[in-house]
Ligand binder design. Structure first.
Ligand code: FES
Length: 151
């Protein structure tokens, strides 16, 4: 139906191919409107003390948040979330770390072992999916990144 509506509006088609105006055309979408996405506030604390506060969609990863908000973190997320770089290393407070719903997988732990400034509360941002309960999350960004693929 949508295709017919689209074609009806093409002025390059011959008149006989155009549908009459009484065709029931409806605009529909299979996804939820963007306005229905719940958002929370996330802050990235850079090593130089700069605080980057952004709005983030629930259901996105912290890597998505950085990309979608153009957060200025040099080299962050180089492998685009394929668990092969460790450039998305972030450090959580102990409280926030303990409340994360999922524990790191063996693959994430292997990548974390190669990250600089590793701590007991380190995680990879591409593996952290935001939930509403993470409102106000603050994560520390290490001073330097280590792209494992560059070796
Ligand atoms: S973006 Fe590369 S490991 Fe997360």
């Amino acid at each position: 139906m949508a295709l017919r509506c689209f074609m009806r509006n093409l002025s390059i088609l011959p008149k006989r191919m155009l549908r009459p105006n009484n065709v029931n055309c409806r605009i529909f979408s299979t996804t939820s409107p963007l306005t229905n996405k719940k958002q929370i506030e996330v802050t990235f604390l850079k090593a130089d003390g700069e605080r980057l506060k952004v709005k983030a969609n629930v259901g996105d990863t912290l890597l998505d948040v950085v990309v979608n908000n153009n957060v200025d973190l040099e080299g962050f997320g180089a492998c685009e979330g394929t668990l092969t770089c460790s450039t998305c290393h972030l450090i959580f407070t102990q409280k926030d770390y303990d409340q994360l719903p999922d524990k790191p997988t063996d693959e994430e732990l292997d990548m974390l072992d190669l990250a600089y400034e590793l701590s007991d509360t380190s995680r990879l941002g591409c593996q952290i999916i935001l939930s509403e309960s993470m409102e106000g999350l603050e994560v520390k960004v290490p001073a330097s990144i280590h792209d494992v693929r560059a070796e």
